[in-house]
Design a binder for this molecule. Sequence first.
Ligand code: PMP
Length: 304
Amino acid sequence: MDDRDGVIWLDGQLVPWRDARIHVLTHTLHYGMGVFEGIRAYNTERGTAIFRLPEHTRRFFGSARILQMDIGYDQDTINQAIVQCVRENNLQSAYIRPMSFYGSEGMGLHADNLKVHTMIAAWEWGAYLGAENMERGIRIKTSSFTRHHVNVTMCRAKANGNYMNSMMALQEATRDGYDEALLLDVDGFVCEGSGENFFMVRDGVLYTPELTSCLEGITRDTVITLAGEMGIPVKEKRITRDEAYLADEAFFTGTAAEVTPIRELDNRTIGEGCRGPITGKLQQAYFDAVEGRSPGHEGWLTFV
Ligand code: PMP
């Protein structure tokens, strides 16, 4: 990733991609205390548009607030910097990664002289879980790793350190031949994927876990809104693992994963073993919204 043309926004300046470097004693590298976002921009008929940018930036600042990190810029400045990053890299569509992290001014947990640095990078990135899986659906497995307890890790924060748990779960799942992991919460209820929120359909009703230890996903919110507009009943509730086995349809949502159907959970076929009809409708509505074909949702787009 480091050897390519382009520019990265770092501490208020655009620097050549290859020069955006940090020291090995970078505090966040050692202890994982930092915050980040994942945002996408899509190619629309009216040009490149970033999807729900203010909501992502608000969550970014919320994550920093939870960790008591002072980003040192206001949200407007970060919004403009994100737009600039997509524009200056001549990207028609993009995955955008802002991150705030502590510098190398000190080491040890007591370090109190740390500067907060902020970077924004953007690059082209296709379907996160494979283009063919957007129709076919993925195979997932319940993880042996439990999702964070809400009083162990701050689950509302999209914090760097939280993702060790995600990576352990994902590595286990992929090494066992699955596409993704499904993590349960500490009480054994369905929580989320390693980087996605979970939805299931049963008897025409769309269910998703309550926001306890899962991330407050922006795609989750988008899908709930779209489902409401389509007259699909939505219920946020605790979901048990065996309830998910009985689902007619299931899918993951996320900025990277978009709306990815799930065709199998723990070697049990979900529904017909392919993208279900409600999943298909919501997926289409999602792509219509992000690609600017959804009347009434232009407000979700920030044009570059
Ligand atoms: N849960 C986790 C753990 C994630 O990392 C993500 C991706 N940010 C999501 C859910 C989905 O969130 P969003 O739709 O805002 O990308």
